[in-house]
Design a protein around this ligand. Structure first.
Ligand code: SF4
Ligand code: SF4
Length: 259
């Protein structure tokens, strides 16, 4: 059993990468803040079985594409990033957009990913938030609060709904470069105006009319063994230095050894 009550310390509103739905990103951009696209790709040579639940979870929040001759699935996350306080954080630590704050903020410190258990040690909340006779947030692996459980389900559904629209968004923005999943992210930083226009067009469009995107995605790695494996399986590939000239950033999770 996990007990929790927010102390309003404001720690979770500082130094964040905050995932946003497409609709939330429109609001964030209209408020004058920046949003980037974090792109990762998973080699997907064959369909997993229905009982492979982690793979089905990834499938639901990704879209189908190719890299060279390799079938892949691409996960694109719209992200608001800030080093200090969130631009919406008020001096008294209240949220300035509380009624329309992103689902990620509504859910914290619970987990959206059904395969990650809530671990207070991994959260920014102070010890007193988890102590004493505070309300029960999770019990026996289930969320104890109905509103929280419903917000998590809605967030997952929005993620899946958005995934179907992201091929069109990426095509409009010219995005077709991704890191290999679990190794890093490629970060696209379109202008606020270009992203807002692409989002409005994507959200307002009749999805059935999108003709599809048959571009080959370029996979980026900073690791020599991964690079060699990508060559072996016929993927289109590039190094971080190679995509930097196109204004893209690579965020690697491992030390670089690619020369
Ligand atoms: S939107 Fe509000 S709740 Fe979310 S990080 Fe910013 S200030 Fe905090
Ligand atoms: S870090 Fe935890 S306790 Fe502090 S404001 Fe965020 S949710 Fe509340």
């Amino acid at each position: 059993m996990v007990r929790f009550d927010c102390t309003m310390c404001g720690r979770c509103c500082h130094g964040l990468r905050l995932p946003l739905s497409l609709a939330e990103a429109v609001g964030w951009l209209r408020d004058g803040h920046e949003v980037q696209l974090f792109c990762e790709a998973i080699p997907w040579p064959s369909e997993p079985s229905d009982d492979n639940l982690p793979a089905m979870h990834k499938r639901r929040r990704s879209f189908e594409a190719v890299s060279g001759s390799l079938p892949i699935r691409v996960i694109v996350t719209l992200m608001a990033s800030f080093d200090g306080p969130c631009p919406n954080l008020l001096p008294d630590k209240r949220c300035g957009i509380y009624d329309r704050r992103p689902a990620t903020c509504r859910i914290y410190p619970a987990e959206v990913n059904p395969f990650i258990a809530l671990d207070p040690r991994a959260k920014l909340c102070p010890p007193e938030a988890w102590e004493g006779e505070t309300p029960i947030i999770a019990d026996d692996g289930r969320w104890a609060n109905a509103d929280l459980a419903s917000t998590i389900v809605c967030s997952r559904d929005a993620d899946a709904y958005d995934a179907a629209l992201k091929p069109q968004l990426c095509a409009m923005l010219g995005c077709a470069t991704a890191a290999l999943s679990n190794e890093g992210m490629v970060i696209h930083s379109p202008s606020r105006e270009a992203l807002l226009a692409a989002l409005n067009a994507t959200l307002g469009a009749d999805g059935d009319r999108f003709p599809g995107d048959d571009r080959s995605w370029q996979l980026v790695t900073n690791r020599q063994p991964t690079h060699d494996a990508l060559v072996e399986i016929g993927a289109s590939h590039a190094s971080p230095a190679g995509v930097a000239v196109a204004g893209l950033d690579y965020l690697g999770y491992f030390a670089a050894d690619l020369v």
